[in-house]
Ligand binder design. Structure first.
Ligand code: ATP
Ligand code: MG
Length: 470
């Protein structure tokens, strides 16, 4: 029971013989950390998503440890340890590329709102937190904003307090290294078995404390195929707007977890279905409303399917490309207006991107290192219509050609571009240089219009950026 409702909470302890979590599936480094803490006389548990994932038989993304050792005590035990975090202090124990995160138990009622990733992805354009100075002894140090959102939380406690600040019951299971049992205070084992996402405590309060939990619910729904329990789904209708008060950098972090981890298509559909997309990509959601633009939607689907496939194959993916995919509809509409007003195509697109990105930055912050190449990728699209002369050949050597070409192929796939144009650019890349020159009629410096010159017929595409200049 929740300690706030009186009585000492006691967990259901599931013995090793009664659950499938085996040490052979736990990272050796995580085991090292757990054993060393235990040998030093501390409690040490695996906690959170890794226990949930091990229970359902999938490979955990990372291993998190919870302990009664203070961050300083953890640091003394591990040479490869770094303390991080202002909002709450965590120990990061590094083994090459792998980091095992060790958190000290925190007191009851204190939710956690992790700071954005520390790998530099989200440090740009971060909104300054309304933070006060940290208490030196870190004992009673908690701050809310005016909407009940918890800004900082440094109250250490015991495991039976720690459990209540976690979000979903399936994320609040503790695997004890002492006897390999699982401690369950909240019915999480049963919910994992039933594949149900249920919030711990009163759903509305828990979402108000941290509205990002709504996105986390959708992420686990998409990633794990769990069902969001009715009690955790109902508040979306009234509370989704609270996402607008989350710092854009944190939303960027969450966006990447939703869209770059191999289940982006399903995340997108679920966010839309739950009415949350409006608060993350307002221009896109408005553009897609009422099925007005089937092509923009088809492009998003194709782009996300492509990204999911690449993630599955272990290839690299970039948020830049996904932003281009997701913003393409509103960007094309804004570019079209400018084009009709007489602005040259490339400038119209670049200008439209600026407008949409600056709107978008109020929700998910797009760092400049993504928005600048994205703008270029989109503004380069009209250049694919020029298939004669040296400029066409020169385009092949453009540093952003590859990304722009990938986007062209996607547009063709979605019906936003004449597939013959995409095929032409696919083919020419495979030719030896002299045949390439022949193809564009640029042999020996011939003039722009060679024998194979092809003009795009009017009306052959519906949704493309306006034709190339010149
Ligand atoms: P993933 O598979 O994405 O790693 P996860 O459940 O491990 O999923 P993390 O973001 O790694 O998610 O967080 C680890 C644990 O910390 C969670 O399982 C949960 O117990 C707790 N937690 C994380 N974020 C929150 C939050 N916003 N509110 C409450 N608890 C949270
Ligand atoms: Mg995790």
């Amino acid at each position: 029971m929740d300690p706030k409702s009186g009585g000492a909470p006691s967990p259901v302890i599931v013995a090793r013989a009664d659950h499938p979590v085996s040490r052979s599936h736990i990272s050796g480094n995580a085991l090292k950390v757990l054993y060393r803490l235990r040998d030093a006389g501390f409690q040490a548990f695996l906690v959170g998503g890794c226990v949930r994932d091990l229970l359902i038989g999938i490979e955990p993304k990372d291993f998190d440890v919870a302990t009664d050792a203070s961050p300083e005590e953890v640091r003394r035990l591990f040479r490869n340890c770094r303390l991080i975090g202002r909002r709450f202090r965590l120990a990061h124990i590094r083994f090459g590329y792998q980091v095992i995160e060790v958190a000290t138990f925190r007191a009851a009622g204190a939710p956690m709102a992790p700071e954005p990733d520390l790998d530099g992805v989200t440090d740009e354009e971060a909104e300054p937190e309304q933070e006060q100075d940290e208490e030196p002894n870190g004992n009673v140090d908690r701050a809310h904003d005016e909407r009940g959102r918890l800004l900082r939380d440094n109250v250490y406690g015991s495991i039976d307090q720690d459990v209540w600040r976690r979000d979903f019951t399936c994320n609040a299971l503790y695997y004890n290294i002492e006897d390999f049992s699982i401690w369950d205070y909240v019915g999480g084992v049963e919910d994992v078995r039933a594949r149900t996402l249920r919030l711990i405590g009163d759903p509305e309060t828990r979402y108000r404390e941290d509205p990002v939990r709504m996105l986390r619910a959708v992420r686990f729904e998409a990633k794990l195929g769990f069902t969001i329990h009715e009690s955790a789904r109902a508040p979306f209708a009234t509370l989704a707007g609270l996402l607008e008060h989350i710092p854009p950098a944190r939303l960027l972090d969450e966006f990447q977890k939703l869209f770059l981890a191999g289940f982006g298509q399903s995340s997108f559909d679920l966010l839309r279905g739950h009415g949350l997309l409006d608060h993350l990509f307002p221009a896109t959601a408005a553009h897609l409303a009422d099925g007005q633009d089937g092509i923009a939607l088809a492009l998003i689907r194709a782009g996300l399917a492509n990204t999911d496939r690449r993630v599955g194959e272990g290839k690299s993916v970039t948020p830049m490309f996904l932003f281009a995919v997701l913003l393409f509809g509103p960007v094309s509409a804004a570019a079209q207006k400018r084009f009709e007003a007489g602005m040259p195509p490339t400038a119209a697109i670049a200008d439209a991107v600026d407008e949409i990105v600056s709107q978008q930055n109020r929700r998910i912050g797009i760092p400049k290192r993504f928005s600048i190449p994205m703008r270029e990728l989109l503004a380069l699209q009209p250049r694919f219509h020029r298939r004669e002369g040296r400029r066409a050949l020169g385009f092949l050597a453009h540093p952003r050609f590859r990304a722009a070409y990938d986007f062209l192929v996607l547009r063709a796939e979605a019906g936003a571009e004449d597939p013959a144009i995409a095929r032409w650019w696919t083919e020419i890349q495979s030719l030896p240089p002299e045949q390439q020159r022949e193809r564009v009629g640029a042999d020996g410096g011939a003039q722009e219009s060679g024998p194979r010159r092809r003009r795009r017929r009017r009306g052959s595409r519906r949704h493309a950026p306006p034709p190339a200049e010149g």
